[in-house]
Structure formats: C-alpha cells, structure tokens
Design a protein. Sequence first.
Length: 270
Amino acid sequence: MDYNIFQVLLVFLVTFVIAIDQFDFLESLYQPIVTGPIIGLILGDLNTGLVVGGMYQLMTIGNMPVGGAQPPNAVIGGIMATVLAISVKMDATLAIAAAIPFAMLGQYGITLLFTLRSPINALADKAAENADPKTIEKITFLNMLLIGVVFGLIVTLFFIGGATFGQDIVNAIPKWITAGLSAAGGMMRYVGFAVLLKVMMSKDMWGFYFLGFALACILTGIPALAGPALLLLAFIGFGFAYWDYQNRIHMKELAGTAGANYNGGDEDGI
C-alpha cells in the first residue's frame, strides 16, 4: 500500500466535493456507483472501482438519508470500500463490510455537525428576515466547508492509520457519546419526517398517507414480502400517482372540449 501524497490529496479533494454534493449540489456525484470509478482511477485500478462502486450502490438503494435520518454514510462507505479493495487487495464483498466502521464515523460526524450548526442556521433565518443575502451566503459556505473537511478527514484517516483505524476510533469513542449520537440519529428520522409532512401534506393527501402506512405494515409483516417491500410500495405509489395524473389530464381535456362547444346562452344573445 504505497500511495504518494498527490494521490492522497486527490482522494481528499474528491471526498470534499462529493460530501458537499450530497447535501448541497445534489448532482448525484456522491452515489457509490460514481465515486467508486473515480477513486479507482486515482488509485490506479478503475475496474475494481467500478465493481465495488456498483455493489455498494445496490446495497444502499433503500438506505439513503431521508428527511434528516442518517444511516451509515453511503458516501464514506462507498469510497472506503473502494480504497480497501484496491489498497489491501480485499475481495469486493469483504471490502464493503470492512468499510462499515468508516461509514459509521461518517454517520456520527454528520449527526454531531448538524447538532452543532443548528444555532448557525438560526442566524440564517434572521438574515433572511432582514433581507441580508451576504450573511446567508457566508453561512452556507461555512456549512459546506465543515461537511467537506469532516468527510475528507475521515477518509484520509485510513492512509494515516491503516485498514483498522476506523474501527479503532469507533471503539475508542465513549459509550455515552455513541449512545447519545445514536439516540439523536434515531430521533432525527421522526423529526425530519414531521418536517416533510408539514411542508408537503395537504388535506386531500392524508388518505394516501394512512393507506401507505397500512400497506407498509402488512407487507413487512409477511416474511415472503418483507424483502421487496420497499420496491412493492414504490410500484403501488407510482400506480396511484399515474392514475391521478391520467384523471387530471382527462378532466382538463373535457373542460377544454366543453369550452370549445359552448356558444353562449339566450340571455346575452351572443
């Protein structure tokens, strides 16, 4: 495992940009299927990067951050799985498993960072009330810088301490801190979902919400359907959405036809 400082810096810079992309740019550069080949190219093994990135992508399809909930970070996990597979010559499946401690560090880092920067976001709200875009820009850039540096440092820990360094750090964290971060991460999923409902829900959507909740409970309670439950629910949701879309298009067409055939009434003589 001999890599020069230039390669390590490139890995840090790629991780820095991709970390920002996950929460700000949202161009899907952070997906493991994208990061794997890039890291593989930097470390001199594009083929392994493609294989590991594709496998990690399949593993995380249903395990992405939604509404503030933070699973083991797929960005760091995907990058570290590729690094381990290439540098330590691990099998792809073994490398993915070995990358989990680094992904857990990413999860803890994000939860802690989001907690610490909450007061800063309150300053952004105040700046918005005062029509002060420059302050909002500074806060946004500060948040981007912090998340990029945290992710970059976690990944480069491997080049400093070796393949087990991530696990050693996780084990060294006091139990009361990991318990607190885990509790905060568990609570965030409910708070995040509540925020999403507050923004997105309207009175005519509550029926679909309760229907989806009931279907999720039924599907996950049947062992044969528990595995593909997420995919089945997605198909059911798409079916309802497409049905609603077709109905709205049909009603617009009927309204247009009725308007075109309307010649006025007898009262106005037009």
